[in-house]
Design a protein around this ligand. Structure first.
Ligand code: HEC
Length: 144
């Protein structure tokens, strides 16, 4: 009986040790990817899901889908659209859309990198980070 508290403490400590070993075994790159993904998901749900829906399926004839969208082939255009918005006719998966998507001047380059990472890992068959630096470079090219 006397040993009980000791052995319980030992069990707790050894569990914590095992958990911390597992956590620390993840590569820094993997941890960063997860941070971008989680952060990007939150930003997507706040800023984009109203129109494109939480599951990325879009909304009727008004808002094109992001899940399975052939537009994702052009990542530069996606990054530019997130910052600057879009208007006029746009064809997605062979279907023509013509509504306005608002600009997002309030999003930092880091936010756009996180959202892009989320979109491409969730719906674009990628498992990689879209880095803030490359977003910055693309945004310089598309102006505003
Ligand atoms: C007010 C509704 C609205 C919001 C909010 C919105 N979009 Fe859009 N989005 C649109 C519309 C409309 C288009 C098509 C534009 C056109 O017809 O020219 C579009 C097009 C796109 C496209 C290219 C086509 C496709 O579906 O692949 C992407 C990618 C996209 N939006 C991502 C986003 C992201 C990411 C956010 C959040 C930062 C966002 N949108 C917020 C309405 C919206």
């Amino acid at each position: 009986m006397k040993n009980n508290i000791c052995s319980t403490t030992f069990q707790v400590v050894s569990k914590l040790l095992i958990i911390s070993i597992i956590v620390s075994c993840k590569s820094p790159e993997k941890v960063k990817l997860e941070q971008f993904y989680v952060n990007g998901q939150e930003l997507y749900e706040q800023n984009c899901a109203n129109c494109h829906q939480k599951d990325g399926s879009g909304f009727k004839d008004l808002y094109p889908p992001i899940a399975g969208s052939d537009f994702l082939k052009n990542k530069e255009a996606v990054i530019c659209i997130i910052r600057n918005g879009a208007s006029g006719e746009m064809t997605v998966n062979g279907k023509v859309y013509n509504q306005q998507m608002p600009a997002n001047a309030q999003l930092y380059d880091l936010d756009i990198a996180a959202i892009t990472t989320y979109i491409y890992n969730k719906w674009g068959n990628e498992s990689a980070i879209t880095e803030t630096d490359s977003v910055k470079k693309v945004l310089q090219r598309c102006g505003k």
